[in-house]
Design a protein around this ligand. Sequence first.
Ligand code: FES
Ligand code: FES
Length: 142
Amino acid sequence: MQLDDLYRRVIMDHYKNPRNRGTMDNDSVTINLNNPTCGDRIALQLQVEDGKVTDAKFSGEGCSISLSSASMMTEAVKGRTYEEALELAERFSSLMKGAPVEFEELEDIEALSGVNKFPARIKCATLAWNALRKGIEHQQQS
Ligand code: FES
Ligand code: FES
C-alpha cells in the first residue's frame, strides 16, 4: 500500500517501538477483539479511576497498521475521561471515513489518515479503537 513517506515513518516507529505493549495485573477491564478479516487479535487492558482512564496496555498480534494504531491509541487515552476518550474514538472514525480531522497534540494519529483509501486496512486501524469503545462502555454500565 502507498502511504506518504512521513506517515510511513511514524507508523513504522510505533510498530517497531510500540508504546504500552504488554500486560498489567491491576486492570479494571480487559477487552479481547478479533479482526474478522485476518483473525488477528488484540487484548486491551484499561485501568480506570473516577471516570478516567489512568493506564492502558495492549497485547496480541497484528500487522503494522493495527499495532501502530494500538500504540497511538493507548498513548492518547491515558488521563482522559470516558467522554474524552469516546470523543477521540469518534474523531478517529471520522478520520477513517476520509474527513480532514485534526488531532492537535496527538498528530501521530493523523499518520493513519492515508489508510482510509484501503478498506481492508481500515479494519486493522480501527481494531484497537473499537476495543477502547467496548472497554469504556463496559465501565459505564458497571
Ligand atoms: Fe500494509 Fe498491513 S500495513 S498490509
Ligand atoms: Fe490482521 Fe491488519 S492484517 S490486523
